[in-house]
Design a protein around this ligand. Structure first.
Ligand SMILES: C[S@@+](CC[C@H](N)C(=O)[O-])C[C@H]1O[C@@H](n2cnc3c(N)ncnc32)[C@H](O)[C@@H]1O
Length: 250
């Protein structure tokens, strides 16, 4: 789990933290509220809530016992337990949040209905896989050029039902939430050089690295070389990452 956590951190965890900070700034929740972080993973959003939102309490739930164990070791001041977005049981909080989780959930409308049942104020965000999460977009564009069957793995196509302004607005409104707002959060993702961009794709954590690991060596080299020719101009590679954020009240 530590290895997986480290690989995830190098791949995309390092870029999700600034999104969590911007998301909380946008939510603008007063202090002393109770919070529930659904799909907390290793606790990146949970610890950002503790650092920036002065919660009365916060609980993180996730189906992965390994991630929860890492969260307990890393994040102090929160409680963590096993839980599933689609079945929150009797959990209740003033604020329910969920960061970069909905694209993993099989029945998204059911999960959002659970968020709306458990919380008075509900906010979430997902990467803009179609375009604005440029690091992943570059990867999938190159992969599809080399291997047309990569389209079946491309998160931009797989998550079009969730990852966009209109889908999120419809999900929140469909769960009976009111004053629904959606915004785009864009953060810089500056890579020191091509190696800093590329090496995290070799770590196996995340959809793109997992797909890449299944390819024969020739296709792997072709994707890498294509990306290098498109991105490497000899200095830092300055991209941006965009997430769609949504909020609403019960
Ligand atoms: C990309 S990680 C995000 C973790 C954390 N929220 C963050 O911002 O870094 C996605 C998380 O969703 C969790 N997850 C997957 N399916 C889930 C479900 N049905 N209910 C709740 N969480 C789920 C995974 O275990 C994983 O921890």
């Amino acid at each position: 789990m530590w290895d997986l956590g480290d690989a995830y951190e190098r791949y995309v965890g390092r870029w999700s933290r600034p999104v969590a900070v911007e998301f909380l700034r946008w939510l603008d929740v007063p202090p002393d509220r109770t919070w529930l972080d659904v799909g907390c993973g290793t606790g990146a959003l949970t610890e950002t809530v503790l650092a920036h939102a002065r919660p009365a309490s916060i609980m993180g739930v996730d189906p992965s016992p390994g991630f929860l164990e890492l969260a307990r070791q890393r994040v102090h001041g929160a409680t963590f337990d096993v839980g599933n977005a689609m079945e929150l049981g009797d959990l209740q909080a003033d604020v329910v949040v969920s960061g970069l989780v909905l694209t993993f959930v099989p029945d998204v409308p059911r999960a959002v209905a659970e968020f709306a049942r458990a919380g008075s104020f509900v906010g979430s965000y997902v990467w803009d896989y179609t375009a604005g999460m440029q690091m992943m977009r570059h990867f999938w564009d190159a992969a599809r050029h080399v291997d047309p069957s990569a389209a079946t793995h491309d998160e931009g196509l797989r998550f079009a039902n969730v990852s966009g302004e209109e889908p999120l607005r419809a999900l929140w409104s469909g769960a009976g939430l009111r004053d629904v707002e959606v915004t785009g959060i864009v953060v810089p993702t500056v890579f020191r050089d091509f190696a800093d961009f590329w090496e995290p794709f070799l770590g196996g954590a995340g959809a793109a690295p997992a797909y890449y690991a299944t390819l024969p060596a020739g296709q792997q080299a072709a994707i890498r070389d294509l990306l290098e020719s498109r991105l490497d101009a000899g200095g830092p590679i300055e991209l941006t990452a965009k997430a769609w954020a949504v909020r609403g009240s019960r």
